[in-house]
Design a protein around this ligand. Structure first.
Ligand SMILES: [Zn+2]
Length: 224
């Protein structure tokens, strides 16, 4: 199977679904990840121009750990919108990955870039749906803090949680910035959310998802 995960910022795929992607890679799936924006607003220490290169390097290191090829879209951080250029870019991403299964941000995310990337992903996905039904599956990832999220599908990632956290730890510039800005250890926070999701489904660690389309519950069979 070919799997495409789409995140607005360089660390979003790690946060949302890298444990599941690592399981998919291990079972032989081809995994693709798309980062929509440059992430250049994610520091007050590193200058924006320099930060783009740093964050792309961090994202590529993370993707190598969870087993994905990476597409760097290069849209401006904080200004990702549902507009023609971005839609055309997202169509290119879908052409590149030709996915059987897509993972994207849901509409209840706290961040406008996340919501925009979810719209771009869902619209590109819908444009590829064959007449008469069928086509690829589309899931929304968990919300960032695990709140206000009507998840319905769990994936046990107890065997890949360390890969997920190691991939997230590649995003050193972002971890430093969030620690300084919000006093939050992003790796520890993600570990806790996965532990909470695990408790909800009887696993040690889990990620959760929901189908982005009515009647998509049968897509559960595609997940590990
Ligand atoms: Zn983000």
């Amino acid at each position: 199977m070919r799997i495409l995960a789409i995140g607005a910022h360089p660390d979003d795929v790690e946060c949302g679904c890298a444990g599941m992607l690592a399981k998919c890679a291990a079972r032989g799936d081809q995994v693709f990840a798309c980062v929509c924006t440059n992430g250049e607003l994610g520091s007050v220490v590193i200058a924006s121009v320099e930060l783009v290169a740093v964050r792309e390097q961090e994202a590529r290191a993370g993707a190598a750990i969870y087993g994905a090829e990476l597409w760097w879209m290069g849209e401006p951080d904080g200004f990702l919108f549902s507009e023609p250029r971005a839609h055309r870019q997202m169509d290119e991403v879908f052409e590149w990955a030709t996915p059987d299964l897509v993972l994207a941000h849901g509409p209840d995310s706290y961040h406008a870039d996340h919501r925009a990337s979810g719209v771009l992903a869902q619209d590109a996905w819908a444009r590829r749906r064959p007449v008469g039904g069928g086509g690829s599956a589309l899931f929304y990832m968990d919300s960032e803090a695990g709140i206000d999220y009507a998840h319905s599908i769990y994936v046990d990632i107890s065997d890949t949680i360390q890969l997920k956290l190691a991939a997230l730890a590649c995003h050193r510039s972002q971890l430093d910035w969030i620690l300084a800005h919000d006093g939050v250890d992003l790796v520890a926070k993600r570990r806790e959310l996965c532990r909470l999701r695990g408790r909800e489904c009887g696993a040690e660690y889990a990620e959760c998802f929901r189908p982005a389309w009515p009647g998509g519950m049968h897509w559960r069979a595609l997940l590990p």
